[in-house]
Design a protein around this ligand. Structure first.
Ligand code: SIN
Length: 506
């Protein structure tokens, strides 16, 4: 431990000299309007995945701290729910503006703890703030209905009401945007929250909340509880089971999503779950090949493959298979530059932690041992460190290989041949996941048929990027419940109330 602290101090010093904007590097959690330590005073280190240096130490909070945060959010809900939509809209827009004024500062912190290249961090901040701007607008349109009833002199009123405290549990792969996508929506609806960011990326969350404070978000509306893996289960239990919590909003793995869903069930709480994907990327013979290849790069290598919507299974028609694979190999070789995220020209950073690097290594090694062919990459680039996985292209993958079924969550593209539309659909749908899917074709009828028959929450026709604040983002089957972004994103955090207005003639 002493060694760890000495090394922490040394690396922290290095980071402080290289980080120009220390005011956003918060090392305390945020509860009830105050920057606080854990009640136990415990801390845990946040590591830079590029070199394992310690960026900062943050509070390792436990169940008791989570309870304090839930109580604060619950208490504040009593007043926040009565604010006008105009006030909430104004604050969200201000938060958006302040984040945009601090893009460089936020991006620097995000790159340090997540490993993603600086340009991608900046892109994520643009994406993340778009939700704040969007929900600043949608806050003004949370409308009800008046429905004509079957009876004379009566009216049916339907109104929407904020559902209370939302527990927000966010992942490391988009440490800013997954917070704004949830918190923007729930604040617009009139809810308050407790955020538990991933233990790998709490600093981006804390920086975002510091900017929310600067924007005038009242105390207790947003609370952040940081914890290490050791305390995550205890904190999660309070966040899912405390009676004051009305909804659990989680983005992360299907495995953890099922555990949280189970806990939420005990209190019949609402859930909004955005879970793992296994996206097919289907290329038909009529597709514009150059366009399909450009979008294959986007779908696969955005965030180095660490996205739930990443293209995971490249299903290519047999008549264009060789052409696609050759073009993909050329583009990957040319465009993927592996290295630390803060180095100029780097497009693919390290995987976020050792467990991710081991998972990707295990999937590729298993496939290769069972006969898959590596056309590019296929291993850790050891000269860079132990988390830099080479951008990889695999063919000859068979159903008995784990990589055939599982979400890779890394920079590995796997190509399969198919004979006809029916086979493409069968393979694409043969998974319990149902988040994103991509189809490349110029045949209009085929585009409609695929959109209709693909069992996924989202279908990109001739596009490899679906993410934006305007459409409803989310999955079916084991990829989740509920939608984020769009007008539906706010509705997740409201309850519908039916009021019968009767005796209107009296
Ligand atoms: C995710 O990977 O969890 C979200 C990706 C996105 O919003 O595009």
């Amino acid at each position: 431990m002493d060694l760890l602290r000495v090394s922490a101090a040394r690396h922290f010093q290095l980071f402080t000299t290289s980080c120009r904007n220390m005011h956003l590097l918060k090392k305390q959690a945020y509860v009830n309007g105050e920057w606080v330590q854990a009640s136990s005073n415990a801390v845990f280190p946040v590591l830079n995945p590029a070199d394992d240096s310690v960026i900062a130490e943050v509070p390792d909070m436990d169940a008791a701290d989570a309870k304090t945060a839930v109580d604060a959010a619950s208490n504040t809900f009593k007043t926040w729910k009565n604010t006008t939509v105009k006030e909430r809209s104004y604050i969200l827009r201000k938060w958006n503006d302040i984040c945009l004024q601090n893009v460089d500062h936020l991006a620097e912190i995000m790159t340090a703890e997540s490993g993603k290249p600086l340009a991608e961090s900046k892109g994520e901040i643009a994406y993340g703030t778009s939700f704040l701007e969007w929900f600043a607008d949608t806050a003004r349109h949370i409308n009800g209905e008046i429905i004509p009833g079957p009876w004379p002199n009566k009216k049916i009123l339907v109104t929407r009401h904020p559902l209370g405290v939302v527990s927000v549990i966010t992942p490391w792969n988009f440490p800013f945007a997954m917070i704004t996508r949830k918190v923007g929506a729930l604040m617009a609806a009139g809810c308050t929250c407790v955020i538990k960011p991933s233990e790998d990326t709490p600093l981006t969350a804390l920086a975002a909340v510091e900017l929310a404070v600067q924007a005038g978000v009242p105390k207790g509306v947003i609370n952040v509880v940081t914890s290490s893996r050791k305390n995550a289960a205890g904190v999660g239990k309070v966040m899912c089971e405390d009676p004051a919590v009305g909804c659990i909003s989680f983005t992360g793995s299907t495995h953890v999503g099922k555990i949280l869903y189970g806990m939420a069930a005990k209190g019949i709480k609402r859930v909004s779950l955005e879970l793992g994907g296994n996206a097919p990327f289907i290329v038909f013979p009529s597709a514009d090949m150059e366009h399909a290849l450009d979008h294959a790069m986007l779908a696969k290598f955005r965030n180095n493959g660490q996205a739930c919507v990443a293209g995971n299974r490249f299903l290519i028609h047999e008549s264009v298979f060789d052409k696609f694979v050759e073009g993909f190999k050329g583009r990957i070789g040319q465009k993927c530059v592996l290295g630390p995220g803060n180095k100029e020209g780097v497009t693919c950073g390290p995987l976020v932690n050792k467990a991710q690097a081991e998972k990707v290594t295990g999937l590729v090694d298993d496939a290769v041992a069972k006969g898959a062919k590596v056309l590019l990459g296929g291993k850790i680039a050891k000269h860079l460190g132990d988390k830099f996985y080479e951008s990889t292209l695999l063919v000859d993958v068979k159903p008995d290989m784990a990589i055939y079924q599982e979400e890779v969550f890394g920079p590995v593209a796997v190509c399969y041949k198919f004979k006809d539309e029916a086979e493409a659909l069968e393979v694409a749908n043969s998974t319990r996941s149902g988040l994103a899917s991509y189809v490349f074709t110029k045949d209009l009828g085929q585009a409609f048929r695929m959109s209709e028959k693909l069992e996924f929450g989202m279908v990109g026709i001739n596009d490899g990027i679906l993410s934006s604040c305007e459409p409803p983002f989310g999955g079916i089957k084991e990829s989740g419940i509920g939608r984020e972004g769009s007008k539906h994103g706010v509705e997740e955090y409201t309850d519908l109330k039916y009021t019968l207005m009767s005796a209107l003639d009296k």
